[in-house]
Design a protein around this ligand. Structure first.
Ligand SMILES: [Zn+2]
Length: 353
């Protein structure tokens, strides 16, 4: 019987415990249903709808712990050429990383793999210029390092590294966000949801987790919850410190662009911007003159996220001042048009021409 490929330590770290039913092994009790999180199950059910960061890349691997074979999604293969250069010829290609998050289907162990020749061939092919194209976009030369500079061969090794860090700092919402990113790029969005949602129980102002939740929920057309999380991105942005001002603006602009789409998709049911009340509830108010009823002359092009920069800067509050003046787009407001009105006006103008 195959299992759900969940690390028992994750369940422990999330503060839930598993009691195996009679006749069940501990591994069998690790199911999607015991993962805490509001969105885990809907995301798991609709996994096919979710944009994959890295293309699926299935290979037969042998688990050295139990000796059994299985097919696993390795994701992107990274060939670490520099790490190999001091090695003698004929040594195995150890320094191969992969983004996929997988564990043995049989014994649930992870990271103890015997790689098949197909993977080694693909890796070699990836480093030869004009190779035979075996990798087909699933191989890259380079290194995948975590934000603290550490190197891990398998996503399941990087996961253990995060667990060690989290054990030392259980209330660090940023670490939980990065663990979520690891699962998401490992093509395990259901695990990512659990990590992101947990980061928000520690800090409701974890803006990057709100953004990722919004993004995944939008893929599965959960407009209402996607909208809620994107609104939170805007509401909480001014106090978020983990991104540079430019990166924060970039993220806010994409959140605004997505909200614009959601607003249209739901025929206006989900508001484009958070309400003043929503802002007040968490004590986040914008500078005077920018309290939701802003007088702004804005040209919005829904397919260009940078046309949302002025709005993004408005929600950044003081943090917008970290952007060099010449790169800022938000100036003294003039006349306010809601995006839908604006669009109609643009259409009219075009007709006249
Ligand atoms: Zn095994």
């Amino acid at each position: 019987m195959t299992n759900f490929q969940i690390n028992p330590r994750l369940i422990e770290m999330l503060g839930t415990s598993t009691v195996p039913e009679s006749g069940q092994s501990e591994v069998q009790s690790l199911t999607i249903s015991i993962l805490p999180g509001k969105y885990v199950r809907s995301v798991y059910r609709n996994k096919k709808e979710i944009t994959q960061i890295f293309k699926e890349n299935h290979h037969m691997l042998t688990c050295a712990s139990c000796g059994r074979k299985g097919k696993y999604d390795l994701g992107l293969l990274m060939v670490n050429v520099d790490r190999n250069k001091d090695k003698e010829d004929g040594e195995p290609l150890h320094d191969l990383q992969m983004t996929g998050y997988f564990r043995c289907k049989h014994c649930n162990d992870a990271g103890n793999w015997i790689l098949p020749d197909s993977v080694k061939m693909m890796a070699l092919d990836g480093i030869i210029p004009f190779g035979a194209g075996l990798g087909d976009g699933n191989v890259e030369v380079g290194q995948n390092l975590l934000s603290d500079g550490s190197w891990h061969q398998y996503a399941s090794d990087a996961e253990e590294h995060y667990f060690r860090l989290i054990e030392g700092n259980p209330d660090d919402s940023f670490l939980w966000n990065r663990l979520g990113n690891l699962y998401l790029s490992g093509n395990r969005p259901e695990l990512a949801m659990s990590a992101y949602e947990h980061s928000l129980t520690i800090d409701p102002g974890q803006v990057e987790s709100h953004f990722k939740l919004g993004d995944v929920l939008m893929d599965i057309k959960d407009w209402s919850n996607a909208g809620k999380h994107f609104h939170q991105v805007l509401i909480q942005a001014q106090s978020y410190k983990f991104l540079s001002a430019e990166d924060l603006r970039e993220m806010l602009a994409v959140a605004l662009q997505n909200l614009y789409i959601i607003h249209e998709m739901t025929s206006g049911e989900i508001p484009f911007l958070p309400s003043l009340d929503d802002m007040k509830k968490v004590g986040k108010l914008l500078e005077q003159g920018t309290q939701g009823t802003v007088d702004m002359e804005l040209e919005i092009f829904p397919d260009r996220h940078d046309s949302f920069f002025p709005f993004a800067e408005m929600y950044m509050g003081e943090r917008a001042k970290e952007i060099p003046l010449k790169n800022r787009t938000f100036s003294v407001p003039k006349v306010y048009h809601s995006p839908s009105k604006k669009k109609k006006q643009r259409k009219k103008r075009r007709k006249k021409k």
